[in-house]
Ligand binder design. Structure first.
Ligand SMILES: [Zn+2]
Length: 131
Protein backbone atom coordinates (compact mmCIF):
# COMPACT_ATOMS: atom_id res chain seq x y z
CA UNK A 1 0.00 0.00 0.00
CA UNK A 2 1.13 3.55 -0.74
CA UNK A 3 2.70 5.49 2.09
CA UNK A 4 0.07 7.63 3.77
CA UNK A 5 -0.85 8.93 7.17
CA UNK A 6 -1.08 6.08 9.69
CA UNK A 7 -4.52 6.87 11.05
CA UNK A 8 -5.82 7.16 7.51
CA UNK A 9 -4.22 3.82 6.62
CA UNK A 10 -5.63 2.02 9.69
CA UNK A 11 -9.11 3.38 8.95
CA UNK A 12 -8.69 2.16 5.38
CA UNK A 13 -7.98 -1.37 6.60
CA UNK A 14 -11.03 -1.26 8.87
CA UNK A 15 -13.21 -0.22 5.95
CA UNK A 16 -11.84 -3.04 3.78
CA UNK A 17 -12.69 -5.49 6.56
CA UNK A 18 -16.29 -4.25 6.77
CA UNK A 19 -16.69 -4.83 3.03
CA UNK A 20 -14.99 -8.23 3.24
CA UNK A 21 -17.32 -9.28 6.04
CA UNK A 22 -20.40 -8.16 4.13
CA UNK A 23 -19.29 -9.92 0.94
CA UNK A 24 -18.63 -13.18 2.83
CA UNK A 25 -22.04 -13.00 4.52
CA UNK A 26 -23.71 -12.20 1.21
CA UNK A 27 -22.11 -15.29 -0.36
CA UNK A 28 -23.68 -17.34 2.43
CA UNK A 29 -27.09 -16.48 1.01
CA UNK A 30 -26.37 -18.82 -1.92
CA UNK A 31 -26.08 -21.70 0.55
CA UNK A 32 -29.16 -20.89 2.59
CA UNK A 33 -30.50 -24.42 1.88
CA UNK A 34 -27.45 -25.94 3.59
CA UNK A 35 -27.73 -24.63 7.17
CA UNK A 36 -24.25 -25.62 8.38
CA UNK A 37 -22.56 -24.02 5.35
CA UNK A 38 -24.73 -20.92 5.71
CA UNK A 39 -23.71 -20.70 9.38
CA UNK A 40 -20.01 -20.95 8.45
CA UNK A 41 -20.34 -18.04 6.01
CA UNK A 42 -22.16 -15.92 8.59
CA UNK A 43 -19.53 -16.65 11.24
CA UNK A 44 -16.67 -16.00 8.80
CA UNK A 45 -18.36 -12.74 7.83
CA UNK A 46 -18.87 -11.61 11.41
CA UNK A 47 -15.19 -12.00 12.32
CA UNK A 48 -13.87 -9.17 10.08
CA UNK A 49 -16.84 -7.01 11.13
CA UNK A 50 -15.96 -7.42 14.80
CA UNK A 51 -12.28 -6.78 13.99
CA UNK A 52 -13.11 -3.56 12.18
CA UNK A 53 -15.19 -2.36 15.14
CA UNK A 54 -12.24 -3.13 17.42
CA UNK A 55 -9.91 -1.24 15.03
CA UNK A 56 -12.21 1.80 14.91
CA UNK A 57 -12.39 1.75 18.69
CA UNK A 58 -8.61 1.48 18.95
CA UNK A 59 -8.08 4.30 16.44
CA UNK A 60 -10.34 6.44 18.63
CA UNK A 61 -8.12 5.80 21.66
CA UNK A 62 -4.89 6.24 19.69
CA UNK A 63 -6.15 9.49 18.14
CA UNK A 64 -6.18 11.12 21.56
CA UNK A 65 -2.44 10.48 21.83
CA UNK A 66 -1.54 11.92 18.47
CA UNK A 67 0.23 15.20 18.00
CA UNK A 68 -1.47 17.87 15.94
CA UNK A 69 1.05 19.85 13.91
CA UNK A 70 0.95 22.26 11.05
CA UNK A 71 2.34 20.71 7.90
CA UNK A 72 5.21 22.81 6.49
CA UNK A 73 4.29 21.77 2.97
CA UNK A 74 0.54 22.42 2.69
CA UNK A 75 0.18 24.46 5.93
CA UNK A 76 -2.86 22.48 7.03
CA UNK A 77 -3.12 20.78 10.41
CA UNK A 78 -2.37 17.10 10.52
CA UNK A 79 -2.07 14.35 13.13
CA UNK A 80 1.22 12.56 13.73
CA UNK A 81 1.20 9.06 15.16
CA UNK A 82 4.58 7.83 16.34
CA UNK A 83 7.88 9.58 15.67
CA UNK A 84 7.37 9.99 11.97
CA UNK A 85 4.22 10.01 9.93
CA UNK A 86 2.85 11.42 6.70
CA UNK A 87 0.69 14.51 6.35
CA UNK A 88 -2.97 13.51 6.13
CA UNK A 89 -3.54 16.04 3.32
CA UNK A 90 -0.46 16.00 1.10
CA UNK A 91 1.52 12.91 2.28
CA UNK A 92 4.53 15.03 3.21
CA UNK A 93 6.75 12.97 5.54
CA UNK A 94 6.89 14.66 8.94
CA UNK A 95 8.93 14.03 12.07
CA UNK A 96 8.79 15.28 15.65
CA UNK A 97 12.48 14.47 16.20
CA UNK A 98 14.76 17.42 15.61
CA UNK A 99 17.70 15.05 15.00
CA UNK A 100 15.88 13.29 12.22
CA UNK A 101 15.05 16.49 10.39
CA UNK A 102 16.58 16.64 6.96
CA UNK A 103 17.37 12.94 6.95
CA UNK A 104 16.22 10.67 4.19
CA UNK A 105 12.79 9.60 5.31
CA UNK A 106 12.48 6.04 6.49
CA UNK A 107 9.81 4.10 8.35
CA UNK A 108 12.68 2.65 10.38
CA UNK A 109 12.49 5.84 12.44
CA UNK A 110 9.43 4.39 14.16
CA UNK A 111 11.36 1.39 15.45
CA UNK A 112 13.31 2.41 18.55
CA UNK A 113 16.51 0.37 18.09
CA UNK A 114 16.70 1.18 14.37
CA UNK A 115 16.17 4.88 15.06
CA UNK A 116 18.91 4.83 17.66
CA UNK A 117 21.26 3.18 15.18
CA UNK A 118 20.49 5.86 12.59
CA UNK A 119 21.02 8.62 15.15
CA UNK A 120 24.35 7.03 16.10
CA UNK A 121 25.43 7.03 12.47
CA UNK A 122 24.44 10.69 12.09
CA UNK A 123 26.50 11.50 15.19
CA UNK A 124 29.53 9.61 13.83
CA UNK A 125 29.26 11.31 10.46
CA UNK A 126 29.25 14.67 12.23
CA UNK A 127 32.41 13.77 14.17
CA UNK A 128 34.15 12.60 11.03
CA UNK A 129 33.26 15.84 9.30
CA UNK A 130 34.83 17.79 12.18
CA UNK A 131 38.12 15.82 12.11
ZN1 LIG B 1 0.64 18.62 4.20
Amino acid sequence: MKATNKIKRIRGYALIMIFAGMIIMYMGVFFVQIPWLFAIFIILGIIPLILSVVIYFWVGIVSTRTLVVQCPNCEKHTKILGRVDYCIHCNEPLTIDKELEGQVFSRDFNVKHRREKILEEIEQNKKQAED
